[in-house]
Ligand binder design. Structure first.
Ligand code: ATP
Length: 342
């Protein structure tokens, strides 16, 4: 069950609390806006008289005791930066109980009372497992460019990644139109096609191939090609979400080349540029709101919850729901995209 929460860090009288020192880390894939979240967590905590420790390199840094003290000044000048100043990692050792025992001992040694994890569902699963084993409250802030977390309309980084894709595809469209070519543009999202779906609509893609509706969309591609796409005055953009389910842009383009040798087919794989860059205003604002709400949640004795934004309200979603349930796509958007190309 989601809970709507009013953001009120400074205003509300709080019960006497035992929380003195909190830690913040970034984990899993990096996403633009993570720095804005680190800044918000740090400053909201300090405003509430808490000490803040930054854990570098995600859970690996927790195991290694790679901790730094964070003051308000230490997070100045990072709001607009992509990546994460705390670094991030995927850590196999944390998946073992021995690894988590080491991590807990490090937290205890540093007198850390609670942890804010900025990451995706894997990172929250790790937090949930550890909080079940040890008495350590964790609160999560969803940051992943895929926007595939249940219980929140936004994850930090998605908006920026989407805009990066739109900017790149607009440029590809210029060259595609000049040569009368059809481009297969591969974007990130092997399990969730939200970047593909929404960038496709924003760029006026002729076809969008996503894992959630793969077969159907591949049929749409064949319909589009057999409709007689041979117009040299025109261009074609097919957005393909990466991964096994769709087969990826390279594989689809190869099949199309065989079936339609007359077409000028090109492939562009956008790759890691989608993860980088300065976060958009919306990602910065959402990251700041969620960072403040994470500290609110800890001060209110919440644990094992993810902060989300639903219908523009801050919500708290239990980790066990956030990590298990998928964020569904709105298939009506595919109808809209078809309508635009009919
Ligand atoms: P992204 O969505 O960008 O991939 P993520 O948070 O889902 O981000 P993962 O690589 O899945 O990224 O997870 C990050 C880290 O969380 C893992 O490297 C591991 O240290 C920890 N983790 C993930 N799953 C578990 C688990 N079942 N038990 C303990 N720790 C886990």
């Amino acid at each position: 069950m989601m809970m709507i929460v009013t953001q009120n860090t400074m205003a509300v009288e709080r019960k006497k609390r035992k929380l003195k020192r909190i830690a913040v880390l970034t984990s899993g894939g990096d996403a633009p806006g993570m720095n804005a979240a680190i800044r918000a967590v740090t400053r909201a905590a300090i405003a509430n008289k808490l000490k803040v420790v930054g854990i570098r390199h995600g859970y690996q840094g927790m195991i290694d005791g790679d901790f730094i003290s964070l003051k308000a000044f230490d997070v100045s000048g990072i709001l607009h930066l992509g990546g994460t100043v705390l670094k991030t990692a995927r850590c196999m050792e944390f998946m073992t109980s021995e690894g988590r025992e080491k991590a807990y001992q490090q937290l205890k040694k540093a007198e850390i009372d609670a942890v804010v994890v900025i990451g995706g569902d894997g990172s929250f699963t790790g937090a949930l497992v550890m909080s079940q084993e040890y008495n350590m409250p964790f609160v999560g802030i969803p940051a992943t460019i895929d926007n595939d977390m249940y219980g929140t309309d936004y994850t930090i980084g998605y908006e920026t990644a989407l805009n990066t894709v739109v900017d790149a595809v607009d440029k590809i469209r210029d060259t595609a139109r000049s040569h009368g070519r059809i481009f297969f543009v591969e974007v990130m999202g092997h399990e969730a096609g939200l970047i593909a779906l929404n960038s496709g609509i924003a760029c006026g893609a002729e076809v969008i191939v996503i894992p959630e509706s793969n077969e159907h969309q591949q049929d749409e591609l064949h319909k589009f090609l057999s409709k007689g796409y041979k117009n040299k005055e025109s261009s074609g953009i097919v957005i393909v979400a990466e991964g096994e389910e769709t087969g990826g842009a390279m594989k689809i383009a190869e099949e199309v080349r065989k079936e339609h040798p007359d077409l000028e087919v090109r492939v562009s794989i956008l790759g890691h540029i989608q993860r980088g860059g300065s976060p958009t205003a919306k990602d910065r604002i959402n990251a700041t709101r969620m960072g403040v709400a994470a500290i609110d949640a800890l001060l209110d004795d919440q644990k094992s919850v993810m902060i989300g934004i639903a219908n523009d309200h801050i919500v708290q979603v239990p980790f066990n729901k956030a990590v298990k349930l998928n964020h569904n796509i709105d298939t009506y958007l595919l109808e809209i995209q078809r309508l635009m190309n009919s």
